[in-house]
Write a protein that binds this ligand. Structure first.
Ligand code: NDP
Length: 259
């Protein structure tokens, strides 16, 4: 039997586009309530409307409440204030909470000697510190309720390094290592911790990586069919809906033909 998602509250960071926008739709279809987080309100609003439409089209009677909150996960005060911004109506329905720590990016393909301090710090602030602070914002409550699921989005880059990706690979290795430590820490509770490590996914990610150079961004996908946001979103929902006694600690999913 699977763990039902109806009336659960699902928090997703980086929910305004790319991978993160898709689980929003799938969780809504499955009857969950959502808190969608990212820096761009206009994009968050479109995703929220799409999620509500999907909920309705699926004929779901449970869940379907969607709240958007502008949040830069690298903003410590913003993350600390988040819990207070979740409407009490949703918290009341909070049977169990799933947090998908998805916000992240890579900026540039630079040799180590050329990496700028600002770029290095920005990647660590979002990919690592943001993810850790988001976890801290809810962990105490998860432990005391003896439920909850933290799903961290890592990457193949956290398992295998590539030249020109030193900082990004280091951030994703940190996500992997942090996720395993967290799992050990909650082992005497029913809190679950999962890390999903996708290979190449076709999103804006590649454009950000190549600083807006679309030609270079597209070249990355030559000779293979990249994963889609939907492929990863389905994994996220699958992981979240395993029976309550099953924790998928890590899930490594690559496109066929990606070296
Ligand atoms: P996108 O660039 O398409 O989307 C990134 C999302 O994160 C956007 O919604 C963006 O929204 C949000 N975001 C970025 N920085 C912040 C921040 N500081 N605070 C809050 N939200 C933020 O990338 P993907 O969807 O591809 O990437 C999602 C995750 O998947 C990342 O962690 C990435 O490392 C990982 N990943 C991606 C792969 C790929 O090939 N695409 C492969 C493996 C892992 P906004 O600008 O509105 O804040």
């Amino acid at each position: 039997s699977t763990q039902r998602l109806e009336d659960k509250l699902v928090l997703i960071t980086g929910a305004s586009g790319g991978i993160g926008a898709v689980p929003a739709i799938l969780f809504a279809k499955a009857g969950a309530n959502l808190v969608l987080l990212a820096r761009r309100q206009d994009k968050l609003t479109s995703v929220a409307l799409a999620a509500q439409a999907a909920h309705k089209a699926a004929g779901q009677t449970k869940g379907g409440k969607v709240v958007t909150v502008v949040l830069d996960v690298s903003d410590r005060e913003g993350v600390n204030a988040l819990r207070g911004k979740i409407p009490s109506e949703l918290v009341g329905r909070w049977i169990s909470l799933v947090t998908v720590n998805n916000a992240g990016f890579v900026l540039g393909v630079d040799k180590i000697g050329d990496i700028k301090d600002d770029d290095m710090e920005a990647m660590f602030e979002t990919n690592v510190y943001g993810l850790i602070r988001m976890t801290q914002a809810f962990l105490k409550e998860f432990k005391s309720r003896n439920s909850g699921h933290i799903i961290n989005i890592g990457s193949v880059a956290g398992r295998e390094a590539y030249a020109g990706g030193a900082i990004y690979c280091a951030t994703k290795a940190a996500v992997r290592s942090f996720s395993f430590s967290l799992l050990k820490e909650v082992v005497d509770t029913n809190v679950r911790v999962s890390e999903i490590q996708p290979g190449l996914v076709e999103t804006e990610f590649s454009i950000v990586r190549f600083r807006g150079d679309k030609g270079a961004a597209d070249k990355v996908y030559e000779g293979l069919e990249p994963l889609t946001g939907k492929d990863v979103a389905e994994e996220i929902v699958w992981v979240a809906s395993r029976p309550a006694h099953v924790n998928v600690a890590e899930l490594f999913v690559m496109p066929v033909n990606q070296a």
